[in-house]
Design a protein around this ligand. Structure first.
Ligand code: FES
Length: 196
């Protein structure tokens, strides 16, 4: 009889130990899993990217990748900024009415600061990456070229604010991503201006 009790007690203790061990393992795993989840989620969505813009010269370009997409910051000089107003009649959507930019970039220069233009470098026709051609009258693009972005595969043209010209295959302006200034020298792409 006492042997029977001992046996069942031993069995109970064994089961209790296994259960306690399993609970312990789960408890230990929970903080680990929860600490992994945000970074995994951020990875899947593609977190924000900081771009150093302190060394760009007028006419220069800095390239980065955001969510796997080529993302560029271009520095526009005073002449380029003034030129954005002149080409209006040849643009398909000069006032940026299509939803291709955050609200705070729905202006003539499509940017927070006129001199710095942030854009996703993917043509809105079939997704090629256009060439940055800031110089006017570029022989590859045409004598009437004001400077901008040129996609040679099917000939789409965009001005220096990424606004598409009429009469080319691309239907929309280039996309402006959400971004904000962390300082004068650093732009964070992937977070809206005003977001924490
Ligand atoms: S993909 Fe750019 S013009 Fe066709």
């Amino acid at each position: 009889m006492s042997d029977e009790i001992d046996q069942s007690r031993r069995h109970f203790l064994t089961v209790a130990t296994v259960v306690a061990g399993a609970v312990g393992a789960v408890m230990a795993a929970v903080p680990f899993v929860s600490s992994m989840e945000p970074s995994a989620r951020a990875k899947a969505l593609g977190g924000p990217v900081d771009i150093d813009v302190s060394k760009i010269e007028p006419g220069g370009q800095v390239k980065a990748k955001w969510r796997g997409k080529p993302t560029w910051v271009v520095q526009r000089g005073p002449e380029a900024i003034a030129g954005l107003a002149k080409v209006d009649p040849s643009l398909r959507d000069p006032a940026s009415k299509e939803d291709q930019q955050p609200k705070y970039c729905q202006n003539e220069h499509r940017s927070i600061k006129p001199e710095l233009f942030v854009v996703v470098g993917i043509c809105t026709h079939l997704g090629c990456s256009p060439l940055y051609k800031p110089e006017p009258h570029d022989p590859e693009v045409g004598l009437d070229w004001p400077g901008g972005f040129f996609c040679p595969c099917h000939g789409s043209k965009y001005d220096l604010a990424g606004r598409v010209f009429k009469g080319v295959p691309a239907p929309l302006n280039l996309q402006v991503p959400p971004y904000k200034f962390m300082s004068d020298a650093v732009i964070r792409v992937g977070e809206d201006q005003g977001a924490a």
